[in-house]
Write a protein that binds this ligand. Structure first.
Ligand code: ADP
Ligand code: ADP
Ligand code: ZN
Length: 218
């Protein structure tokens, strides 16, 4: 089973992905995390990506598509992947279809987590991420057991440099303009599933996991 999780920045994609990948044995592919790791390692690609990320803009399709293509062609993807943060434009969605076809794979669902802007801003500005494993927390809504320390790996938590109010507003504008049109693309293919992301983390997960269970049993 190959699944896309989509939705505006801060909707809870990464949070839900942590559970989905565990319960359904999917490989988590987060383009945002691939870029953050490249930035941390100081690679050429990371330097290029950072210029866009810091402004809240999308990294150009040529870079993103190449990375995803390479990642999907590795054998560990055959058992099932969860794409988180990719595709983000209609062009990326079309490119993904081509790559998938070449690899004899297909998307089973594009699950969209929907949350209103006010709540997205609350979620993003209180977000904290583990420097070591990428796990996501929230100061109020999902705090770690010990302040600033990751529950899973004891890594240090930090605030992403793009989770400031100005960059968040730009990212939301970019989402509305460049990513929203993608919904229609997956609706036309009958793969689109919308989930009310304003509920608690557990409630959102129960809706998503019921859906994945159904796909698995098909
Ligand atoms: P995305 O990957 O879509 O950008 P995250 O999973 O990183 O979103 O979640 C954004 C922030 O909101 C994080 O701080 C996370 O802990 C918090 N969060 C995620 N889901 C919920 C929820 N259902 N209710 C409240 N806070 C949430
Ligand atoms: P969030 O879930 O909070 O929106 P991500 O971690 O998915 O953030 O992405 C962080 C940043 O990485 C984006 O703002 C963008 O600059 C870049 N990025 C991630 N995925 C893509 C993509 N598919 N296409 C273009 N840029 C991307
Ligand atoms: Zn961690």
């Amino acid at each position: 089973m190959h699944v896309i999780i989509m939705g505006p920045p801060g909707a809870g994609k990464g949070t839900q992905a942590e559970r989905m990948t565990k319960d359904f044995a999917l490989l988590h592919i987060s383009t945002g995390e691939i870029f953050r790791n490249a930035v941390k390692e100081g690679t050429e690609m990371g330097k290029k990506a950072k210029e866009y990320m810091d402004k809240g803009l999308l990294v150009p399709d040529e870079i993103v598509v190449g990375i995803v293509k390479e990642r999907l062609s590795r054998p560990d993807c055959a058992g099932g992947v969860l794409l988180d943060g990719f595709p983000r434009t209609v062009e990326q969605a079309e490119a993904l279809d081509e790559v998938m076809q070449d690899l004899n794979m297909k998307i089973d669902a594009a699950i969209s987590v929907d949350v209103n802007e006010e709540e997205l801003i609350n979620r993003l500005t209180g977000r904290r991420v583990c420097r070591n494993c990428g796990a996501t927390y929230h100061l109020k809504f999902n705090p770690p057991k010990v302040r600033n320390i990751c529950d899973h790996c004891s890594g240090e938590l930090y605030q992403r440099s793009d989770d400031t109010i100005d960059t968040v507003k730009e990212r939301l504008a970019v989402y509305n303009k460049q990513t929203l049109p993608m919904i229609e693309y997956y609706q036309r293919k009958n793969l689109f599933v919308s989930v009310d992301g304003s509920q608690s983390i557990n409630q959102v997960y129960s809706v998503i996991s019921a859906h994945l269970q159904k796909i698995k049993e098909q």
